[in-house]
Design a protein around this ligand. Structure first.
Ligand code: G6P
Length: 370
């Protein structure tokens, strides 16, 4: 055990630090120059993907959050409608599956009972055009039973709280979104620019990891908290959701995530001096809206922690919060980059609280029974 963990105190920390190499592996041999190589999704893929009219992404836990990010990309870049749902709901709901639906199952293990059941029930009725597995385990049931496969290549993930599996899922789903975008006629110049941005992800993740000392210091301000609220907008909203899940899973602090625009519709009532609010602030067209949401938090005495892109300026009360800067890169990769300091935050809070980081109470790495 100690040998495998090497210099790291926990598997989770090791796996967090493996992310630049893991993401590089996800992209390796799949991008050449500024193009995605043919046959990345298998030989039969091109013809099948050309018939896709909408996408249904189904997953559980952290994998579901990767799907939520992918929806922003697929709709914005490929112009295809995309629905994302947790597998335990999807499998029992009377879903409408229009002709031309690509079913995408996202799963680290490829053995999650609900995700497999959703795949199987759709296949039994031949309701899908095809099923694509985005998965980390080549010999898994999910991979065996899907028409198309995109392996995430994260390597074995031991920590129950998923980290490198998530980041590699994002990279794989970005490949899918860009491939669908190309097939559906995105301007070639834009396509090439976006593939080029995706290729920078391993380097951006490596840079983001350098924030660890600052995050570890910040973590001390969370140890005595009972609750935390995470905010994001656009494709950063699912990153806030994932950050809240990580904090819950390993530090046992009650955490919720909201799209920042929903603040006024409820969560603002919870904001007082005991409520830390963590916001993700990329430099995009939603920034001004986000800033006014943060102003509402500040005005109510909430302790505001903002993780902001380098050129983003946020007004903060120095005694009531903190601003952490990160080079989040281009819009396409920024959700994956913002995710890194938030993983580190959950990790360091859990370490300070003395919980069993790699094996949080009541949770399993893979939920293979319903
Ligand atoms: C469990 C794990 C999570 C994981 C989820 C889905 O809850 O603790 O880390 O995200 O299952 O697992 P999968 O293998 O399908 O991605």
């Amino acid at each position: 055990d100690a040998v495998e963990r090497g210099e790291y105190r926990h598997y989770m920390l090791k796996e967090i630090h493996e992310q630049p190499e893991a993401v590089a592996r996800t992209l390796e041999g799949r991008i050449a120059g500024s193009r995605i190589l043919p046959n990345v999704f298998g030989v039969a893929a091109e013809a099948l993907l050309a018939q896709v009219r909408q996408v249904h992404i189904v997953a559980c836990g952290t994998s579901y959050h990767a799907g939520l990010v992918a929806r922003y990309w697929i709709e914005a870049l490929a112009g295809l409608p995309c629905a994302v749902e947790v597998a335990s709901e999807y499998r029992y709901r009377e879903t409408v599956v229009p002709p031309g639906t690509l079913f995408v199952a996202v799963s680290q293990s490829g053995e999650t009972a609900d995700t497999l059941a959703a795949l199987r029930s759709g296949r039994a009725g031949a309701r899908y055009l095809g099923a694509l597995a985005v998965c980390n385990v080549p010999e898994s049931s999910l991979v065996r039973e899907s028409d198309l496969v995109l392996m995430t290549r994260a390597g074995p993930e031991i920590g129950v709280a998923s980290t490198k599996a998530f980041t590699t899922q994002l990279a794989a789903l970005a490949l899918l979104a860009l491939e669908l975008a190309r097939i559906n006629g995105i301007a070639d110049e834009r396509y090439q620019a976006l593939v080029g941005e995706l290729a920078t992800l391993p380097r951006m993740v490596a840079e983001a990891l350098k924030l660890e000392p600052a995050i570890a210091a910040l973590a001390e301000r969370f140890v005595d908290k009972q609750h935390a609220l995470f905010l994001g907008r656009g494709a950063s909203y699912p990153i806030a959701v994932e950050a809240a899940l990580k904090l819950k899973e390993i530090s046992y602090i009650h955490a919720e995530a909201y799209p920042a625009g929903e603040l006024k519709h409820g969560p603002l009532a919870l904001v007082d001096e005991h409520m830390p609010v963590i916001a993700v602030a990329p430099n995009n067209q939603l920034l001004e809206k986000l800033k006014s949401n943060l102003e509402e938090v500040r005005a109510r005495g909430g302790e505001l922690f903002v993780i902001a892109d380098t050129d983003v300026d946020v007004k903060l009360d120095p005694n009531r919060g903190a601003l952490l800067r990160i080079d989040a890169g281009h819009n396409l990769v920024s959700p994956a980059v913002f995710n890194i300091p938030l993983q580190l935050l959950a990790y360091h809070v859990a370490v300070l609280k003395g919980t069993d980081v790699d094996q949080p109470r009541n949770l399993a790495k893979s939920v293979t029974v319903e």
